[in-house]
Design a protein around this ligand. Structure first.
Ligand code: PLP
Length: 361
């Protein structure tokens, strides 16, 4: 067994695919902290003041045993009110929410229709569910419709990202809702990269919440913290509390993190200029690259694992932190620098970074 593991590591090394942990150095063009909330002083102050009260540092159990509290109740009610949905359910992380929701909703009697570029957390949920998997071409509504039409399964679930994590492009949300309703399907919309980035008060790309739609919002990206929540109907919430294994069988997030989630959402809602600053940065950077950016995620294709690693190293030497995304995380030949733009980037920083990028392209 150990010999096999060593052989695998050697194979990864040979194809420049061995992943290593690196600490952040240089100006950040890589994180998902789109609004800079991870370092927001007002949120830090609010959290610090909570520590002057005697509070439990751990949640002490899963939500169904001892890990539920008035704080959870109030925070989920606050989220539902802010995101204009019937109910909200907090999960340990976006990965746990996606994998735990899909695997609870679908079974071998269900067909899941999944965009070919969906995130691993969605794919793993589909695998865990044992459902029939129908992959549709990226954002291709005609293909999705054809698959829905030919499906013999009564139960159908469509799964997609609102903003795609590696390409930064947008799913046709309104049309997907229409199709899901035409075919009596549920739609799971992963708003990981749209929460805080799009929509009134940063609610994401869904405008209003039909009962057949579940949105998943991660708190570790634009919200600058950790955790996730789903926005959904009361009925689906009750079902997931009873059936979602990561929800049932894992210690719930500690109180301080729940407070942080609330403070981050409050900050986002109270300061719409954070979102407009982000869009201003995107506009400036798009002009510098002669591209129209659809989101703060800007893929810069540099095919080949070795080439993309070199590009990332070169930028690091020039003071910029950008990670290369290699195969197999993206398809062979689709290796890229995954550049992310933030509200806190200043025009001169964007200009300097664009100049450094142009040198290597
Ligand atoms: C599209 C998408 N969904 C879900 C996740 C998982 O979210 P979390 O980091 O909160 O587990 C990510 C993060 O990598 C993501 O990019």
């Amino acid at each position: 067994m150990l010999k096999h593991i060593q052989t695998e590591i050697d194979r990864l090394k040979k194809t420049s695919a061995l992943r290593k942990l690196v600490t952040q150095e240089g100006l950040d063009f890589s994180s998902n902290d789109y609004l800079g909330l991870s370092r927001n002083p007002s949120i830090q102050d609010k959290l610090a003041s909570q520590l002057s009260e005697p509070i439990s540092l751990g949640s002490t159990g899963s939500r169904l045993i001892s890990g539920h509290s008035k704080l959870y109740e109030a925070t989920e009610a606050f989220i539902a009110d802010t995101f204009k949905c019937e109910a909200a359910l907090i999960f340990g992380s976006g990965y746990l929410a996606n994998s735990g929701i899909i695997s609870a909703l679908a079974d071998s009697e269900t067909s899941i229709f999944s965009d070919e570029l969906n995130h691993a957390s969605l794919i793993d949920g589909i695998r865990l569910s044992g459902a029939k998997r129908e992959i549709f071409k990226h954002n291709d509504l005609e293909h999705l419709k054809a698959l829905l039409q030919s499906s013999k399964q009564q139960r159908k679930l469509i799964v997609t990202e609102a903003v795609f994590s590696m390409d930064g492009d947008l799913a046709p949300v309104d049309e997907l809702i229409e199709l899901s309703q035409d075919f009596n399907a549920l739609l799971l919309l992963d708003e990981a990269h749209s929460t805080g980035v799009f929509g009134h008060q940063g609610r994401g790309r869904l405008k209003n919440h039909p009962e057949n739609v579940i949105t998943v919002h991660t708190c570790g990206k634009a919200l600058g913290g950790y955790g996730a929540f789903a926005c959904l109907s009361e009925m689906l919430k009750i079902f997931l509390i009873n059936r979602s294994r990561p929800f049932i069988y894992s210690t719930s997030l500690p109180p301080l993190l729940i407070m942080q989630i609330r403070f981050c959402i409050e900050e986002m809602v109270a300061h719409p200029e954070l979102q407009s600053d982000l869009h201003r940065s995107m506009h400036i950077f798009g002009n510098l690259l002669n591209r129209t950016l659809t989101s703060p995620i800007v893929p810069i294709l540099i095919p080949g694992n070795e080439s993309v690693l070199h590009a990332s190293e070169h930028l690091k030497k020039n003071g910029f932190f950008v990670r290369g995304i290699r195969s197999p995380t993206v398809a062979l030949g689709q290796e890229r620098l995954r550049v992310t733009i933030k509200s806190t980037h200043q025009p001169d920083e964007l200009r300097a970074f664009a100049a450094a990028l142009t040198e290597i392209l």
